[in-house]
Design a protein around this ligand. Structure first.
Ligand SMILES: [Cu+2]
Ligand SMILES: [Zn+2]
Length: 204
């Protein structure tokens, strides 16, 4: 039977037949509620004189955005990590990327504070081998649409720890790596990191 006939049959199905036809109808009638892909990735590359690189994945679901960062080559310890507003990593020191992404004109702060830039992701902590991972779920960034979309922005990892207080950037020092955030069509790989720092953040 053609798709068109199935749609008519599904629409006309008597209540007693609905259970029997439900599965076939569900498979046959095109879904209209499918949301567009909402995955993005930033591939971070070293700035001049560093060896820091890695990826940051963004996956937007109905109510929040999951951010998963996986970096190597970091000096051990904590490093500020932010979204900056201009998608330009071309300068040797990545200095052309503007300030912290701040569409609502807030002050700099911790990502779980009541007041902070939309681009404030706090710190990423590197182990003795220079590997750093971050696994956050936030409600103040989107992948696609609205003023807080990360597409076309940059992810920056800094040399120093973000003190989460100093204005306008947490005093986190020079840039070690930079990556522009780009829309991805395939879903991001999830659940690959059991040991990373995990939490749900809100605010902004
Ligand atoms: Cu920054
Ligand atoms: Zn900030």
């Amino acid at each position: 039977m053609s798709k068109r006939l199935w749609r008519i049959a599904c629409r006309l199905a008597l209540p007693g037949l609905l259970v029997a036809t439900g599965t076939l109808c569900a498979q046959t009638v095109p879904r209209t509620d499918r949301r567009p892909a909402r995955n993005a990735i930033a591939i971070l590359r070293p700035t001049k004189g560093t060896n820091v690189k890695g990826t940051v994945h963004f996956h937007e679901s109905r109510h929040n955005t999951h951010i998963f960062a996986n970096l190597t080559g970091l000096p051990p310890g904590r490093h500020g990590i932010h979204i900056h507003e201009i998608g330009d990593c071309s300068a040797p020191d990545a200095g052309n990327d503007g300030g912290h992404f701040n569409p609502q004109v807030h002050k700099h702060g911790a990502p779980d504070a009541s007041d902070h830039h939309a681009g404030d992701l706090g710190n990423i902590e590197a182990d003795a081998q220079g590997r750093g991972r971050l696994d956050w779920t936030v409600d103040f960034l989107t992948v696609w649409g609205g003023p807080n979309s990360v597409i076309g922005k940059t992810v920056i990892v800094h040399a120093q720890q973000d003190d989460l207080q100093s204005q306008p950037d947490g005093n986190s020092g020079s840039r070690l790596a930079c990556g522009k955030v780009q829309l991805k069509t395939k879903p991001s790989r999830k659940g690959s990191n059991r040991s990373a720092k995990t939490g749900v953040l809100s605010g902004s």
